[in-house]
Design a protein around this ligand. Structure first.
Ligand code: COA
Length: 635
């Protein structure tokens, strides 16, 4: 039966040629066999196109806290010209309206192209998030293998729901959500190009893959996870197979081919062509790309205190620690990689083009719960085929590519500063008890923390789900508002009394929640502005002046790039900053605590992940003190 659950997208949470690319190029639903998935998808509304005037007015409001008065004046003049009757804005808006009529979603394909496939920085740190799970209770190879076997079985269990289209539909604010992303994360992979990448999804091929890829000691294997009759291998059987893989790759002297996937995309695009010019290499690469997902079996990392454990585990999930660590024990183009270390470290890394965090986290919640179930039933002993080792012929030129990739990866690893903080004093419970949106409360704490460190507000990005609409991805909640600026400026001002601060906090939280509502209902400004720019490019017009304006550059320079990714499991997602002098902040608000992952670049002397994390903790505590000390009028 097509089940429904009341989990919100928030309540469950920024990219071979064998098979056609996924919906990014051709909408999935156009080719999927009619079923429950398709009828659900057809019932979803199309992404609305906001009115031009509304977006321009809201854009000015959004600029107020982050640009100077003269810049704002200049932008207003540019916008007046852009929106005048018969002007360029009207023409582009008409073009967008036509696009909206002929496509399932006027934005998604452009968004995936611009945000991911044409983005040329390495996917590692700059695009692909990591996810850190709580440390598991094994500390040796055998424990690692038997846990990994259960994990594979758990993913296959989830895959059955995808294959049978029995995944519970998710809801946000009472509205059903687009479920397409669930169909994009397994059996899928990003393919590097010289100027632009692509994504292939083999799940929809005439013979969908029945294997996963496993990497151990930098060596890749193809492991069939289904019997001939279509039933999945049991955890016990998977355990036997993983043991074979580990003993066939006990030496760690193999060339770390996987590290190539950490490179700048143009360089990797060129190296990729060299790599696959060899038939054996091509077959090995295709086996990884086609696989349902990749399992990375890592060695133990160096011992550290509990305090720093989660931060170092986050580094393993985000980039693997460099060439001397596990960065070569990955295939970062793979949409989904599970990572299991010998020391109980566990988590995942996912390539962002096909999906946002929430579907990944829902899958991981399911897997974690599955691994916690009582011991697997002993399976009948049957002969199982040997896992196939994927061979690579490495020429001198390819070796140079690998060495270059090692150098760049090590620089990136050294540059990234990551701090995972478990804020244990309270969680969603406190803001809820004060009738405030927990997400807005946390965002205001981030604004206060940043203001206290820099005495100014910065352009802030928070992801908002557009999944109420068919093939919807995200828009931007701009957390720095006029209301948040008034609140942060007043908070430490000794001339202000608590009731006034409280009033400003309430207004800031309400303003944030109202921006959130606007964003999730397709009425925010950022994707519309992008659409207008893309439409100009599509019509081969010169880029409108509003997009070459200094204020626009400031608006897109997100020194705080943030995202809420909630889950049932006590975990946290992590990602890198999106600008050199910025922070990446991901958080998971649980009922009575909040997990934060804060990142920054060491090369920037102004930023410090640990300091921001501390400032966030202080801000949250000080805001609660304000709530406790200031009685509020009853509603
Ligand atoms: N009083 C009491 N409770 C309130 C409240 C109020 N004024 N406002 C909200 N709440 C409750 C909600 O009912 C909800 O309850 P629940 O825990 O029982 O579900 C809870 O507080 C959380 O609500 P809130 O904090 O407002 O956030 P949200 O869950 O609506 O999420 C976003 C907000 C922006 C994170 C969400 O809309 C979204 O878009 N998520 C997807 C983001 C994404 O894709 N991230 C990944 C990028 S890789």
């Amino acid at each position: 039966m097509w089940k429904f659950c009341s989990r919100t997208a928030g309540g469950m949470a920024k990219t071979c040629g064998l098979v056609r690319p996924c919906h990014l190029v051709k909408p999935v639903s156009a080719t999927r066999v009619a079923g429950r998935y398709l009828s659900h998808q057809r019932g979803l509304p199309c992404l609305p196109l906001p009115p031009l005037q509304q977006t321009c007015e809201r854009y000015i409001t959004a600029l107020e806290p982050i640009v100077e008065a003269d810049e704002l004046m200049h932008t207003k003049e540019l916008l007046e010209d852009f929106t005048k009757t018969g002007g360029l804005g009207e023409r582009l808006q008409e073009g967008l309206e036509k696009r909206a009529q002929r496509t399932e979603n006027w934005l998604s394909e452009w968004w995936v192209r611009v945000a991911y496939l044409e983005y040329r920085m390495p996917v590692v740190v700059h695009s692909s998030p990591g996810l850190v799970l709580p440390r598991m209770d094994f500390r040796d190879k055998q424990g690692q293998i038997s846990f990994a076997a259960k994990l594979i079985a758990g993913v296959l269990d989830f895959k059955t729901m995808i294959d049978n289209e029995t995944l519970p539909v998710e809801f946000l604010g009472g509205k059903p959500l687009c479920m397409n992303q669930y169909y994009e994360v397994l059996s899928s992979c990003r393919i590097p190009g010289v100027k632009k990448d692509s994504v292939v999804n083999h799940a929809k091929s005439s013979s969908p893959p029945k294997h996963i890829s496993v990497v151990h000691n930098f060596q890749f294997f193809q492991l069939d996870v289904y019997h001939h009759d279509g039933t999945p291998l049991t955890a016990d059987q998977l355990c036997v197979q993983l043991e074979k893989i580990c003993s066939a790759s006990s030496e760690s002297d193999a060339e770390p081919v996987g590290i190539l996937t950490t490179q700048h995309r143009d360089r990797w695009g060129k190296a990729y062509l060299r790599l696959i010019s060899d038939k054996t290499n091509r077959e090995s690469v295709v086996a990884v790309q086609r696989s349902i997902f990749t399992l990375c079996l890592d060695g133990a990392t160096s011992q550290c205190s509990d305090d720093v454990y989660r931060s170092s585990a986050a580094v393993q999930m985000l980039h693997g620690g460099g060439s001397g660590g596990n960065s070569g024990n990955r295939w970062f183009d793979k949409t989904l990689q599970f990572i299991v270390g010998e020391d109980g470290t566990c988590g995942a890394n996912y390539e962002h083009a096909p999906a946002e965090g929430p579907p990944i986290v829902a899958l991981i919640d399911h897997v974690v719960e599955y691994t916690r179930k009582s011991e697997a039933i002993q399976a009948v002993v049957v002969p199982l085929p040997e896992p196939q080792k994927l061979q690579f012929n490495i020429t001198a030129e390819m070796k140079e590519d690998i060495e270059e990739a090692k150098v760049s990866m090590n620089m990136l690893a050294q540059d990234l500063d990551m701090k995972v903080m478990m804020f244990g004093h309270f969680g969603k419970n406190v803001p809820k008890a004060h009738r405030m949106s927990p997400d807005a409360f946390i965002q205001m704490a981030l604004q206060l923390a940043y203001y206290r460190m820099y005495r100014r507000c910065c352009a802030t990005y928070e992801s908002a789900s557009l999944r109420m609409y068919r093939l919807g991805r995200t828009d931007t909640i701009r957390s720095a508002s006029t209301a948040s600026t008034s609140f942060v400026k007043a908070f430490d001002d000794p001339s202000k009394q608590n009731p006034e601060k409280m009033d400003l906090l309430e207004k800031a939280v309400k303003a944030h929640r109202s921006y959130t509502n606007m964003a999730i209902s397709g009425q925010a400004i950022d994707r519309h502005l992008l659409g207008l720019k893309m439409q100009a490019l599509e019509e081969k017009l010169s880029v409108p002046a509003i997009f070459t304006d200094a204020a626009y550059a400031k608006a897109l320079h997100y020194q705080l790039s943030t995202s809420q990714v909630p889950s049932k499991t006590d975990c946290v997602m992590c990602f890198g900053p999106v600008v050199s002098n910025g922070y990446g902040v991901c958080y998971n608000p649980m009922n009575d605590h909040i997990n934060f992952a804060v990142s920054s670049f060491n090369a920037c002397t102004e930023t410090d992940a640990g300091r921001l994390a501390q400032a966030v903790e202080d801000a949250l505590l000080d805001m609660r003190t304000l709530l406790d000390q200031t009685p509020r009028a009853k509603l």
